[in-house]
Each structure stands twice: as C-alpha cells, then as structure tokens.
Write a protein that binds this ligand. Sequence first.
Ligand code: GYE
Length: 307
Amino acid sequence: ASLTSLLPATAFAQNKIVLGFAQVGAESEWRTANTESIKSSAAAAGIDLKFSDAQQKQENQIKAIRSYIAQKVDVIAFSPVVETGWDTVLLEAKAAKIPVVLTDRSVNSKDDSLYVTFMGSDFTEEGRKAGRWLVEKMKDNKGEVNIVELQGTVGSAPAIDRKKGFEEIIKSDPKFKIIRSQTGDFTRAKGKEVMEAFLKADGKKINVLYAHNDDMAIGAIQAIEEAGLKPAKDIIIISIDAVKGAFEAMMAGKLNVSIECSPLLGPQLMSAVKDIKAGKPLPKRIVTQEGIFPMEVADKEFPSRKY
Ligand code: GYE
C-alpha cells in the first residue's frame, strides 16, 4: 500500500486552511447571497470554514472573533456591522498572529495594521450614483423635490457612506430637499414601518424615496401601495444592491432604479486567504466593480442576474 493510504483521513483534513468568518446577520437578500457565496466558495476552494451569524449585533461578532482566536484558526474574516469599536479585539487577533481580512464593510480605525486588506464596494460612490441618477431624472423639474431617506443600520459603513455620497451630489441644486431621514436597519419590515410613518406625516408632499438597500425599498413599496399611492409613479424610488427582488419590483413597474452592490465576495476572499497563507502580499483595498440598473433594462438583465 502506498504511504498515503495508511494514514487516517483526518491527517489530510488537518492540512486544510481554517477560516473563521463572523457574518453580520441575515437582514437582507444581499446578506443571504453573500453568505451563500462565502460558504460555496470555501467548499470549492477546499477551505475549512467556521461560520457565525451575529444577528446584527456587534457584541456577538466580537464574541465570534474571540472564539476564532481561541481556536487558533489560520485567518479571520468578517464584515463589521458598525464602523467603530473594533480596535481591542483586532489587537487580540494581532497578538495571536492571526491575519484578519475585512469583507464588505470596513472599520474606522487609525491603525491599518489591524487588518491585511479590505475587499468590498465603494459605498460613497454608490450614493453618488443614486444622486446622479436623480439629478438627471429631475433635470426638467423646476419645483421643489422632497426626498425621504431610509438609512441602513446606524453606524454602519454603507449607511454612513451612501448618505454622504448622495448628499454630495444633490446639494448642487437647492430644489432637492431631504425632508425626512431615518433608519430602517436594512430590513423589509423596518423599511415598511418607517415609510408608513413618513407617509402619515408628509403624505402627498413626498416626491422621492431614497432607500439605502432594496429590502427597505420593497417594504416601503408595500406601505406606499397601502396608502393608496403608486410606487415609482407618485413617488420615485431609488435603492441600492440590485438583488433579484429589486428586479422583480422594477419589472412590475414599482421601483425606478437600483444601484448595483455585489455580494459575491466569496471567490475573492478565498483567493486572498490562500495568498495570505502563501505569504503573498495583498493590496490594502480591493474594490468591487458595479453598475446601475434602471427599470427600463430590468427585463433584459434579469435572466443573467446571479443574486
Ligand atoms: O447593501 C444591505 C445589507 O453591507 C453592502 O448590507 C452591505 C449592505 C447591503 O444588509 O442590503
């Protein structure tokens, strides 16, 4: 018998790279697709994945990261639910010599030696794309444009940056006014609830809804219909992610545009993990390339969408 056949199967399993991944939660269609991408690409790459779901709570993510440190995994990756408050746990990972990769969302820390690389979208640019689309759409409109905004999770990088990028563009014309802005925590249920409150307060005054993700927009569409108004007609709706649910809403004529944000970060993450283990240097920032999908192209694009 060959030497290898005499060894127990676990001897090989032990050679596998172990990756601990601390996920935000399961708050949106985007997140579900992101989790699926990470799980399937880990399996395809032969990486042993330890996965945890923090249910959108920072304390749970910190606990998960500490348990990966205790288990001495090879690499830790996570998508920080909020931007601040990570230095202590990241210093613990550094002291244990476990490299950390940030995926999707970044941290706001002065010390960039706390992680190897950050891979994900440029959320500020997504906000700008939303703003530019609106400016173009309203270019012949002389009157005031009253906007309500559904923000993502308070303190999260995508909520902060999508707000910033959008405001940066619309402030070029004083006719654009954000009359209400509140968090819907990136979920359909909260998006609907907050939109109901907006409609109660301002009703027909609202011209535009800017939602930081598709799920909140989809929840809000329900609220708009229940209030007897026509989504995408009485109220122009802009959102971000471009998940299948958004395409369905566009094809039904209920959503005007979705700015793409790709959740398919798994393959990139697995190749980064392998590079780290092989001692190869990585760029500090890996940016995802993304487009814009207005409702007019939804029918044509839908069949090729992967999430
Ligand atoms: O847009 C939203 C999700 O961090 C980019 O999180 C991600 C955001 C995404 O809940 O749908």
